[in-house]
Design a protein around this ligand. Structure first.
Ligand code: F6R
Length: 605
């Protein structure tokens, strides 16, 4: 949450900062601001609203060093005053911050008692005042001393009028990456912000500070110890972070799914597939831990892993797991160590990171399924199964959901084969089917026009229920989440058999039901549930495989997906529901890539 950038070089700093910020707008869009070094002082420009609002009102500035921010409000409502940068009383120190400072209220009241005037309702404002108090000619030392007084999560970038050409940054729990250019260097909360300028990056670790100029990057810790940056080459290219002719990033990312599946598919599932952790031990149980869409991918994974391996799997919301982990893990009392699989596209979700730490403290082995190789989660777990969907900019997760499910299927097949619950011919068959996924998903994408026409059946609804059984239940949850977050229509996902235990009371001609039908052993049961809905005169929109005669009989509104093995249907139905949500939101004129109140990468608790 909140996007941060910093630039030190000889280029047009305001222009570079704004362009980099626009690539980070998915992290927050309540307000935006920049601070640049100009004429021996700092020039600050910030505005409530989108980056474009700040840009349109920006005066002509001549500067080669600066910092920028796009905000997702935590402390203090969105306003010009609460936008970042925040400054000290002299206006010489500007600070941009992502995260939350837990002890800011205490620090603020002590400083106010000492006569310091505050001009915002943010937690961040304590930082420039603290840095000013500790400043004695050495900015890095002052920032280090100030951070010694705060608790909480932060990634910060700091500019001082008396330190031309220099930016100091620091990180604790919130992501921060340094970009190495030629005669210019960069700071950012996420790599897509700077991928246009450089592919060479180094990730800043918790408790570290960085000082950058146009020609130097120095990383140090809170005690003053230094380390050489570990430079990594980004696999992402600038086109990955651009809209490329599509009306929205979400649509582009939906259409990138066949490629994302292809890139993420491992050539063989017989060999070790998790980097850094051998899975050749007796796994007593598996906990899958994630948030939001990643949690839904985990629910699909549970079905498949249990079916193929007979290892019991539980799926937890990371925000629950971190405070109430499953009791059987406690104390490492079991002969077989539990495996905890953490799923996060960003690898920066605060709750998922905290859950990973709890799992490790309990003695579990941890594996991350993650789309960002250098992320905090990727670095903190024992093993990593990297998905290669490329950067996801639309706030609503699409392509990363699909490759998360693919990763879980690969994990299930690998575990089954290495535990001998799957033989070689079965392994080959699975590998073959997984290779066909991009083709099946491509077939769904070809049906976009038909799906967009059916979007009209939901547009004027009061409320919409998504129902499914077995593997289609998590798909229903995800379909409802996608729809509600981008169209603001109320939608709920339910196991179809549960409708009659309460929600049926809400059905009416204004409450459509989207049912996801699959030719598995629950098909006839779902047909009965659909009949119950029809009897209450609720409009029905069905998602069903080609050739499903029941679907054609039950509703005139059917989204058909290709005929596949039912176990692969979460991929095709999942994509169909993404397109459905997209077209409903588009028809309603919603801001699809930046839904209200949301931000990608939830780095606060
Ligand atoms: C919904 C969505 C969120 C994320 C959730 C977890 O479309 O994008 O629900 O899935 O915030 O994010 P990651 O996967 O980055 O941990």
């Amino acid at each position: 949450m909140c996007g941060i950038v910093g630039y030190a070089g000889s280029g047009d700093a305001p222009q570079i900062l704004i362009e980099a910020l626009k690539r980070l707008e998915y992290r927050g869009y309540d307000s935006a601001g920049i601070a640049v070094q100009e004429n021996g002082g700092l020039t600050i420009h910030k505005k409530q609203g989108r980056i474009s609002v700040m840009e349109e009102t920006l005066p002509k500035l001549k500067a080669t060093v600066g910092i920028g921010h796009t905000r997702w409000a935590t402390h203090g409502e969105p306003s010009d005053a609460n936008a970042h940068p925040q400054v000290d009383s002299s206006g010489d120190i500007a600070v941009i911050h992502n995260g939350t400072l837990e002890n800011y209220a205490d620090l603020r009241s002590r400083m106010e008692a000492a006569g310091i005037e505050f001009n915002s309702g943010t937690d961040t404002e304590v930082l420039p005042h603290l840095i000013a108090r500790h400043y004695n000619g050495d900015l890095l030392a002052a920032v280090r001393a100030a951070l010694g007084e705060v608790t909480g999560a932060y990634a910060i970038v700091v500019l001082h009028a008396a330190h031309p050409g220099e930016i100091v940054a620091a990180r604790n729990e919130s992501p921060l990456v340094v970009g190495f250019g030629e005669g210019e260097n960069f700071l950012a909360s996420d790599a897509p912000a700077i991928v246009k300028y450089t592919q060479r990056v180094a990730y800043v670790h918790n408790g570290e500070l960085v000082r950058i100029t146009a020609d130097s990057i120095e990383i140090s810790d809170m005690t003053g110890g230094t380390r050489e940056p570990e430079i990594e080459e980004l696999e992402w290219v600038v086109e990955d972070a651009e809209q490329g002719g599509y009306a929205h990033f979400m649509l582009k990312e939906i259409f990138e799914q066949p490629r994302a599946l292809q890139e993420s598919l491992l050539p063989t599932l017989a060999e070790a597939i998790v980097e850094g952790l051998d899975l050749n031990w007796r796994i007593g149980s598996i906990s899958i831990v994630a948030c939001g869409t990643s949690f839904h991918a985990g629910l699909v994974g549970k079905y498949v892993i249990e079916q193929l391996t007979a290892i019991p799997v539980n799926v937890y919301h990371a925000s629950e797991f971190r405070y109430s982990p499953p009791v059987q893990n406690v104390g490492g009392m079991l002969s077989a160590r539990p495996l905890v699989v953490l799923i996060s596209q960003s690898g920066e979700t605060a709750d998922t990171l905290a859950a990973a730490r709890v799992a490790r403290q309990q003695g579990s082995h941890t594996v991350a399924i993650c789309n960002v190789g250098g992320s905090s989660l990727a670095r903190e777990v024992d093993g990593i199964l990297l998905t290669r969907a490329g950067p996801e900019i639309g706030v609503a997760a699409t392509k990363t959901f699909i490759v998360q499910m693919q990763a879980l299927y690969m994990l299930a097949v690998h575990l089954a084969y290495s535990r001998k619950s799957m033989d070689q011919p079965q392994l080959r068959r699975w590998e073959q089917e997984l290779r066909r996924l991009p083709h099946y998903v491509g077939q769904v994408l070809e049906r976009r026009t038909a799906i967009s026409k059916l979007a009209g059946t939901l547009q004027s609804a009061n409320s919409i229920f998504f129902i499914g059984r077995n593997l289609s239940y998590p798909v229903a949850l995800e379909g409802a989440l996608k729809l509600k977050e981008i169209s603001y229509l109320h939608a709920e996902g339910y196991p179809a058999g549960e409708l009659k235990h309460g929600p049926l009371a809400l059905l009416s001609p204004e409450t459509p039901v989207v049912a996801i039908m699959s030719p598995d052993h629950t098909h006839s049961k779902l047909v009965s549930n659909i009949e119950e809905v029809a009897a209450r005169k609720a409009p029905l929109l069905l998602v069903a495989q080609e050739g499903d005669a029941d679907a054609q009989r039950l509703s005139p509104h059917v989204i058909t997906v290709p005929a596949t093995d039912p176990v692969l249907q979460p991929f095709t139905a999942g994509v169909a529901l993404q397109l459905l949500a997209y077209h409903v939101a588009d028809a309603l004129g919603c801001e699809i890539d930046k839904p209200r109140n949301l931000a990608k990468s939830v780095t606060v608790e």
